[in-house]
Design a protein around this ligand. Structure first.
Ligand SMILES: O=C[C@H](O)[C@H](O)[C@H](O)COP(=O)(O)O
Length: 229
């Protein structure tokens, strides 16, 4: 059953990726997301490059950078970029109002920088990611290690339940050398308000609530493509 679900989801991810890649134009600087859905888009871009498309890209994680390079996609250092023409990334959850939770793979900080720099930030998803209210997926929060207990306390003061992310029995370490706290706030009625409360906590580098950062969400559902913008 799980294998069937995965192949259905993968078909939807691929369909959404193909649709999004159509918006990339010659000579664009393209922001590349991280995760299984973004990987479909990176592979599609590589196909278009074989057909003559010329782009440069910025990567939202070390893994994405390695993948892009392996496909011959030229990478620019993110710190040199003042603007990005288009970005394509996945999400863990989204609402029709274009709010997202991201960071399931721990790449949220660089993804947020890329989305913020993008003139056209496109999110691609399978149909399982659409929700009425964010929050069933816990909010990933990247925290500077020395502030982690402080941030833990602050999250609990906001009514969240904080869990330090662990991978293979070790603390999960981001590409930036930080920890991830996964915070359960229950279903989030006011995501913009929660985002701004989290923004005020010292020690948080970035949180996975992406509010007003997305131009368009392309979701595949079965054979259909739905666009939210
Ligand atoms: O940190 C990871 C990113 O925010 C991903 O875009 C997100 O977790 C979705 O990943 P996937 O496409 O694998 O479901």
């Amino acid at each position: 059953m799980e294998a069937i679900d995965k192949s259905k989801k993968d078909a939807e991810k691929l369909a959404a990726a193909k649709e999004a890649v159509k918006f990339v134009r010659n000579h664009d600087v393209v922001g590349l997301g991280t995760g299984s859905t973004a990987t479909f888009a990176i592979k599609e871009l590589a196909e278009r490059i074989k057909d003559g498309l010329e782009i440069k890209a910025a990567a939202s994680s070390i893994k994405t950078e390695e993948l892009a390079i392996s496909f011959g996609i030229p990478i620019l250092p993110l710190e040199t970029l003042g603007t990005i023409d288009i970005s394509i990334d996945g999400a863990d959850e989204f609402t029709e109002t274009l709010n997202l939770i991201k960071g399931g793979g721990g790449a949220l900080f660089r993804e947020k920088i890329i989305a913020s720099l993008s003139k056209n930030a496109i999110i691609i998803t399978d149909s399982s990611k659409k929700v009425n209210l964010l929050g069933a997926f816990t909010v990933p929060i990247e925290v500077i290690p020395l502030a982690y207990q402080y941030v833990f306390n602050k999250i609990e003061e906001l009514g969240g339940k904080a869990t330090l992310r662990v991978k293979e029995s070790q603390k999960f370490i981001t590409d930036n050398g930080n920890y991830i706290i996964d915070a359960d706030f229950g279903l989030i009625n006011e995501p913009a308000q929660l985002a701004s409360q989290l923004n005020q906590i010292d020690g948080i580098l970035a949180h996975g609530l992406f509010i007003n950062l997305t131009a368009k969400i392309i979701m595949a559902k079965g054979d259909h493509i739905l666009t939210f913008q």
